[in-house]
Design a protein around this ligand. Structure first.
Ligand code: SF4
Ligand code: SF4
Length: 103
């Protein structure tokens, strides 16, 4: 889904930043989070979870703006977002954290 709107004063404000957390074994591979992320941050990975579904991953060189849409839309509560403060956002930390992964 393409997101084309841009505020006229976008140079004055920094958008929030988020880190994606995934609980792989809850995922059922429906792809909603991938399809509807307005920043196209997520993609389907080659990795399988314990149920045999392909789980999402964060694409390189993308930026999560912590809009929380993926968290709200996931039917299985498998994905959630940690909002980063400015200092954390500036650091080069992994952008996806997997919880309890058995893959
Ligand atoms: S919080 Fe928003 S920008 Fe970040 S991965 Fe989820 S849908 Fe995409
Ligand atoms: S919306 Fe949830 S269940 Fe569907 S692919 Fe994304 S993480 Fe998995």
């Amino acid at each position: 889904m393409k997101h084309w709107r841009k505020p006229l004063d976008s140079d004055k404000y920094s958008p929030p930043r988020g880190r994606v957390h995934l609980i792989p074994d809850r995922c059922k591979g429906c792809g909603f989070c991938v399809e509807f992320c307005p920043k196209e941050v997520l993609e389907v990975s080659d990795e399988f979870n314990i149920k045999g579904y392909h789980i999402p991953r964060v694409k390189p060189e993308t930026t999560c703006v912590a809009c929380l849409l993926c968290e709200r839309i996931c039917p299985d509560f498998a994905i959630f977002i940690e909002r980063l403060d400015e200092e954390e956002a500036a650091e080069k930390k992994p952008v996806m954290v997997k919880k309890g992964a058995k893959t």
